[in-house]
Ligand binder design. Sequence first.
Ligand SMILES: *Cc1c(COP(=O)(O)O)cnc(C)c1O
Length: 366
Amino acid sequence: MSITTAVDAFDIRLTDTPTPDADREAALAAPKFGTAFSDHMARVSWTASDGWHDRRVEKYGPLQLDPATAVLHYAQEIFEGLKAYRHADGSVWTFRPEANAERFQRSAHRLALPPLSTEDFVGSIEALVRTDVDWIPGGEETSLYLRPFMYASEAFLGVRPSLEVEYLVIASPVGPYFAGGVKPVSIWVAQDYHRAGAGGTGAAKCGGNYAASLLPQQEAYEKGCEQVCFLDATTNTALDELGGMNVFVVRADGTVETPELTGSILEGVTRSSILQLLADRGHAVVEKRILLDELLAGLADGSVSEVFACGTAAVITPIGRLAGEGFDVTIGGGVAGEVTTAIRDQLTDIQYGRAADRYGWLHRLV
Ligand SMILES: *Cc1c(COP(=O)(O)O)cnc(C)c1O
C-alpha cells in the first residue's frame, strides 16, 4: 500500500561504534524475543510550544531521565508493536503500518499525549529499518520486531499532561515465538482481577495496562498455566482477552466468534486481519459477547472445536487448555486445530511474501 511518509525529514546520525559483524550475526542466528537491539533508534521530540521536531535516527543507547520525569510517576506512556519481514528476494516489508499508526493516535488521545501523524510514524520506521537493514534476520519465521513508544519526558511532579514528550522506535531481531513449532498454550481465566473497566484504558496500548496484568499473570503461572484470560469487569461473565492477545472461538459448524469491541478490549491488527481472512474463506464470523459459561458448555458438548489467541508477536497461538476456579478443560488434544492452522499459514504466507497480498496489507520498507 503506498502512503506518503516523512522518511526524508529524518536526519541520519550513524553510530561511530557499530556492533562488530560477528556479534550481529550471532544475535541474528539465535534471536531471543526482545533481548538484542539494533545499532540505532529513531527519535522525534515534542514540546507544547514547538510541536514535533528534531526527527532523527541516532545511536541506540540509554536515555538519561531526571528522577522527576513524569512517566516514572504517572505512567503517561503508550507503545506499538509491529514487524519487518524479509522476503525471499531480499526486499523488506511491514504489515498494515497505517493501522498501527492510527491506533497509536487513538492511544495518544486517551493518555493525553500529542498525536503523531501517520507520515511521521511510518517515516520513522522506514528511516530506522533502512539504517539497520543488516539487522533483519532471514531465517524461517524470523523478523525484526519494531517497538515505537512515546512517553511524558517533562521533569515535573504536578498531575497534568506533560509539556514535553519523546517518541522513539527501537528494533529487535526475533525468531519464531515458540521454538520447535506452534504448540498450544494453557490459559488461566482470572476471576478476581480485570485488566480494564468501562471508561478505562483497555482500548489504548499503554504500559499501565500491562503493569496491571502482571500479578494475575503470576497467579496463572502458580495455577500451572502459561497465560491469563480476563473477563469483562462489569459482569465478570464474558471473555475480554488475554494480557496481550485477542481471543477467538471456532465452532464445530465453522462459525468463528471473537469478543466484540467494548472499549475495554484492545483492537488488534491481527484480530481485524483474521476476521477479514476468515470471512473471505467462507466462515460466518461473529463479533459478540462470549460468555465463559457458554464457552465451557460448548467445549463440553463438542459444539466448540478450537480456541486460539492472536497478536503480532506470536501471530496465532492455539489454546489447548482452559482452566479457572472450578473448571479445567483440554481442547484439541495437544495439537493446533484445522482452522487455527489454516488461518495462521494464510496470514504468515502473506507477511513473508509466500502468497499474493490481495488486500494491499504490505508496505515496502527496503
Ligand atoms: C497489542 C495487543 C494485542 C494484539 O494486537 P496486534 O495489533 O494484533 O498485535 C491484543 N491485546 C492487547 C492487550 C495488546 O496490547
